[in-house]
Write a protein that binds this ligand. Structure first.
Ligand code: GDP
Ligand code: MG
Ligand code: MG
Length: 253
């Protein structure tokens, strides 16, 4: 194996083709480990590409980076506390919205992301047209169209992983509107130095109990009580609005 190792996390909703892509990328060079402290298996594998070793981790499927289940907490803690060099967000081309939601959260966390629209074979069969450069413009991330069945896009994905490793891009930041942004700023002041204060503040607003552990002990007691239900729901709603627009402008089905 080559000496420069690039770690790559495969992130995505359940059943979007993460494991299929992983198998296509690393073949038989894979092994099973355990996530620390739990009996959930963790599958890793490596392949060489040009001067690099690409080391992949097939992460448990999740719908968001709000930790409510064990799988979600494993995936999220891995991304928060030992972020891979590159995070490949696998999205189902046939119904991309939920996957794009997760992509926006990964961007918000500040991860170095690549958006992979998988099952492009099915999309083509059904007459779906995906405008890759339009997606790249709106998502501000490299986009690769792949099929784990035909192998389309696999070599391009490896190339994009190396490019992303060498030149990290500034991910998109969603603007939640004046009122929500003011509260985000306030809460950011009350969050301990951590991986990403804005991400943590947003998660606190969404009601994430794990994120709340990062609130400073001396922060005003009533700070969480000022968060209305409207503010709370504005966070996922704004993301879905953004996604709906991007899909409308970039995908014809
Ligand atoms: P995971 O849960 O994200 O790991 O998804 P899997 O890799 O287990 O795949 C879920 C299902 O989608 C399986 O039946 C795969 O054969 C199928 N699948 C995965 N990738 C593709 C693809 O690129 N094209 C098509 N047509 N099916 C795919
Ligand atoms: Mg699965
Ligand atoms: Mg899987």
């Amino acid at each position: 194996l080559k000496t420069v190792v690039i770690t790559v996390g495969l992130l995505g909703n359940p059943n979007v083709g993460k494991t299929s892509l992983f198998n296509k990328l690393v073949g038989a060079r894979q092994y099973v480990a355990n996530w620390p402290g739990v009996t959930v298996t963790r599958i890793e594998g490596a392949t060489t590409y040009k001067d690099y070793t690409l080391h992949f981790v097939d992460l448990p499927g999740v719908y968001s980076l709000t930790a409510t289940s064990v799988d979600e907490k494993l995936t999220r803690d891995y991304l928060l506390f030992s972020p891979p060099n590159v995070t490949v967000v696998v999205i189902d081309s046939m119904s991309p919205e939920q996957g794009m939601f997760l992509l926006l959260e990964a961007c918000e966390l500040g991860l170095n992301v690549i958006a992979v629209f998988n099952a492009i074979d099915e999309a083509k069969k059904s007459g779906t047209k995906i405008d890759k450069s339009s997606l790249e413009k709106f998502l501000r991330a490299p986009v690769v169209l792949t099929s784990a069945h035909t192998g389309e896009g696999i070599e391009e994905l490896k190339e994009k992983i190396v490019e992303s490793f060498k030149r990290t891009t500034r991910p998109i930041v969603i603007d939640y509107g004046k009122e929500t942004e003011e509260i985000i700023k306030e809460i950011e002041q009350c969050v301990e130095e951590t991986f990403n204060k804005r991400f943590t503040a947003v998660k606190i607003i969404e009601g994430d109990k794990y994120a709340r552990a990062f609130l400073k002990k001396d922060c005003p007691k009533d700070i969480l009580e000022t968060i209305s239900q409207e503010i709370k729901t504005s966070i996922p709603l704004t993301k879905y609005e953004y996604i709906t627009n991007v899909v409308q402008l970039s995908i014809q089905r």
